[in-house]
Design a protein around this ligand. Structure first.
Ligand code: NAI
Length: 297
């Protein structure tokens, strides 16, 4: 089988100064992509700013003969998103791949979480993904080609104590990915997401025995595949950790038709409502409503 190259392709990786983003940027650059290495160089909690993180990864890429440019704008503002995309267009004249990866944490039990903690995390993850993707999507739509890889999380898709802000943002990113897949389909744009687990500063001290088995490099090949022209899927979310790759999907049970819909009938037929022995996996709202219409007819 032929190997997957990115010659002539231009990629943006946000939050690429550390951890997973750095690894994604190196993987794409090694495969021939010209890469915009975005990172505002802040702390894990989103404080501060430095020019070093992005430039250090650019230096790593140029050291092995790759091509990359640093960008230090924040994903968390509309102007920042526009500037990141403009960097790719100004420096390389095109944009083929966007990997939305930048992230911070502000964990706290929900009853103690303040508004600033909610804003900071929603701004970087959910609004940040929207702010960078929109100008990128417009450029890709015009070019008739694009690959978008978003970063969701098991925290949002399955739930995690202390991460109401982060989980809400990460579930939102999964929903956004499905909408982008639908809106991009006619324009050669493919959008997918990963829910990774990797030992980085974000997970320091949290992964226990798993730490040694889950490196960022154990995630990036999946990003490279999803970012490649050959990727045949769109709107999917993959769980990726340490060489294990699995599909996460949204299903709906066949459900129950309640002759007389009362609170008591719901209680009494809960097991049939919840029965997962048959289920549908709609890939759009249209498909979901068609399934309901069929069941009711
Ligand atoms: P990390 O902290 O090592 O890297 C995140 C990078 O994003 C940092 O270099 C930081 O400076 C940058 N960043 C933060 N705010 C930014 C902003 N406003 N604009 C531009 N850059 C910004 O974290 P890690 O673990 O590499 O996380 C990468 C992504 O993967 C995040 O979206 C995270 O939520 C997600 N993720 C990570 C998991 C893990 O196990 N490490 C698990 C699930 C999701």
């Amino acid at each position: 089988m032929s190997s997957l190259h990115f010659d002539e392709r231009v990629a943006i990786v946000t939050g690429a100064g550390n951890g997973l983003g750095r690894s994604h940027a190196l993987e794409l650059a090694r495969r021939g992509a010209r890469v915009v290495v975005n990172d505002l160089g802040g702390s894990l909690h989103g404080d501060g700013q430095s020019t070093d993180a992005a430039q250090a990864v650019v230096d790593e890429i140029t050291a092995f003969g790759g091509t990359a440019v640093a960008n230090r704008d924040s994903v968390a503002t509309e102007e920042g998103g526009r500037a990141i995309v403009q960097t790719a267009l100004d420096e390389f004249g095109r944009l083929d791949v966007l990997v939305n990866n930048a992230g911070i944490l502000r964990d706290k039990a929900f009853h103690k979480m303040d508004g600033a903690m909610i804003d900071a995390v929603i701004d970087v993850h959910l609004k940040g993904t929207l702010f960078v993707t929109q100008p990128a999507f417009r450029a890709m739509r015009e070019a008739g080609y694009g690959r978008i890889v978003n970063t969701s999380s098991a925290s949002g898709l399955f739930g995690n104590f202390g991460q109401a802000n982060y989980g809400a943002a990460k579930a939102g990113i999964a929903g956004l990915t499905r909408v982008l897949a639908l809106e991009g389909a006619a324009y050669g744009i493919v959008a997918n997401a990963i829910a990774p687990i990797a030992a980085t500063r974000m997970t320091a001290g949290l992964l226990g025995d798993l730490t040694a088995h889950v490196t960022p490099e154990g995630v990036s090949p999946v990003v490279a595949f999803l970012a490649h022209e050959d990727c045949p899927v769109s709107g999917a979310v993959y769980s990726v950790a340490g060489g294990r790759v699995a599909k996460i999907f949204v299903g709906e049970t066949s459900g129950a038709i309640l002759e007389e819909l009362t609170a008591e009938a719901v209680r009494d037929q809960l097991s049939q409502i919840e029965d997962q022995s048959t289920y549908h996996e709609p890939t759009s709202l249209d498909m979901a409503t068609a399934i309901i219409a069929r069941a009711l007819s």
